[in-house]
Design a protein around this ligand. Structure first.
Ligand code: HEC
Ligand code: HEC
Ligand code: HEC
Ligand code: HEC
Ligand code: HEC
Length: 260
């Protein structure tokens, strides 16, 4: 085998080839086929509650996830053959192997098949560049570090600091200020989201559909910038959206006074 990075490049190549074959079926709503897939039939069987406690926990995690709601099933992330009800054939070539699709080095490609904008921007981050160059041992975060694996979520302001502080702290002396900054930025983001909901409840959708579209686009752009982890750009974009909201709030206030 060649160097580590050759190996990684090969995995990425395989992952991107896989993308071409699966892209057209990637994002679906729950279909009868998904629900009856061999993976879920077997992993979700109630006897596993007792006989395969630890394994069953993964099924439960999945069941409660946004991915389950969206019809993203075990094989979308793990590979294997969902049509088979036999363990060995179902697991096939992907599961129980050294470099499975959910292995640290490959997870981002696996997630990125369905979240192309997030991986595209994540690849611009120093985190990704280090991971791609050095592989194991895992010196930098991937999608799962920040979002969790099966039951993914968007990190909250109180949890994100802890994620960053794992590596960024005064002992490692690796940018020890980042946890605090990340927490501040996610807090502002959640403020923006609740403020937007408030404005919608005050009729902004009806009165200024253009404004709602602008904010939607700005929020998508912010999510993209987040994945580059360029904290200065994230902050600038966050404050810019916040200012747009405040201005609209004032305008709406004036309009309703004039209407009275
Ligand atoms: C007939 C039952 C059965 C079917 C079908 C099945 N599995 Fe499994 N799976 C198991 C059992 C039992 C284990 C526990 C480990 C073992 O016995 O090999 C397991 C283990 C796993 C693991 C953990 C492997 C590891 O290295 O720890 C993953 C991931 C997995 N299955 C995913 C899938 C996916 C994806 C499918 C569908 C494509 C699937 N399974 C279909 C029974 C099944
Ligand atoms: C959105 C992607 C995703 C879906 C859907 C998903 N998994 Fe996983 N799963 C992962 C990732 C990523 C890991 C690796 C965890 C880690 O490294 O923290 C994992 C780990 C596991 C493990 C532990 C063994 C291993 O290979 O690391 C089992 C068992 C498992 N999943 C079973 C399932 C089953 C059963 C389903 C369906 C009911 C399922 N998963 C659905 C992404 C997914
Ligand atoms: C087969 C396609 C597919 C794969 C693979 C996949 N996702 Fe998703 N994911 C979706 C869909 C569809 C949604 C719901 C719509 C949306 O928010 O984009 C979603 C939603 C999300 C969300 C938003 C959660 C929220 O609360 O709004 C996160 C975060 C996420 N996925 C992360 C991941 C991670 C991390 C992985 C890899 C471990 C992954 N996804 C793999 C399709 C996928
Ligand atoms: C698993 C360890 C790990 C985790 C978790 C982690 N980082 Fe990093 N991060 C690193 C390493 C390693 C570097 C590279 C340090 C260097 O060489 O400058 C880095 C660099 C950075 C940089 C500097 C980037 C640049 O272009 O100079 C920023 C900003 C950063 N991380 C933010 C974060 C934030 C925010 C979080 C939490 C959401 C986080 N990191 C989580 C390991 C980690
Ligand atoms: C360093 C932490 C970190 C890493 C690594 C990371 N994310 Fe995120 N992700 C976030 C944060 C913070 C948000 C919320 C940002 C926002 O909505 O503006 C987010 C939001 C998201 C969303 C929902 C936002 C939207 O556009 O609707 C998805 C989906 C997502 N990430 C997928 C991924 C995928 C896939 C990867 C890996 C390629 C990944 N993330 C890597 C921190 C991270």
């Amino acid at each position: 085998m060649g160097s580590k990075s050759d190996f990684l490049n090969t995995s990425i190549l395989i992952a991107s080839l896989a993308f071409f074959f699966t892209a057209s079926v990637a994002v679906n709503t729950v279909s009868a086929e998904d629900l009856s897939s061999g993976c879920i039939q077997c992993h979700g069987q109630s006897s596993f509650r007792v006989t395969e406690k630890k394994l069953y926990k993964y099924f439960r995690d999945w069941e409660l996830s946004i991915h389950a709601q969206e019809g993203v099933a075990c094989f979308d992330c793990h590979g294997g053959d969902p049509k088979s009800s036999d363990k060995e054939t179902a697991h096939g070539k992907d599961i129980n192997k050294l470099m499975t699709p959910v292995e640290y080095e490959r997870i981002s490609e696996t997630c990125g098949r369905c979240h192309p904008q997030h991986i595209e921007n994540y690849k611009k981050s120093k985190h990704y560049r280090i991971l791609a160059a050095e592989g194991r041992p895992h010196p930098t975060p991937n999608c799962v570090t920040c979002h969790g694996s099966i039951n993914t979520a968007i990190p909250k302001s109180d949890s994100i600091a802890g994620i960053c502080a794992h590596c960024h702290n005064t002992v490692t002396e690796n940018h020890p200020e980042t946890p605090e900054i990340a927490s501040y930025l996610v807090e502002r983001l959640s403020f923006i989201n609740s403020y937007f909901r408030y404005l919608i409840s005050k009729g902004v959708l009806e009165k200024s559909p253009g404004f709602s579209r602008t904010i939607d686009n700005e929020l998508s752009e912010l999510a993209r910038i987040w994945h580059t982890l360029d904290l200065d750009r994230i902050e600038a974009k966050t404050l810019q959206i916040r200012t747009l909201m405040m201005k609209k709030r004032k305008e709406l206030g004036k309009e309703s006074k004039q209407a009275d």
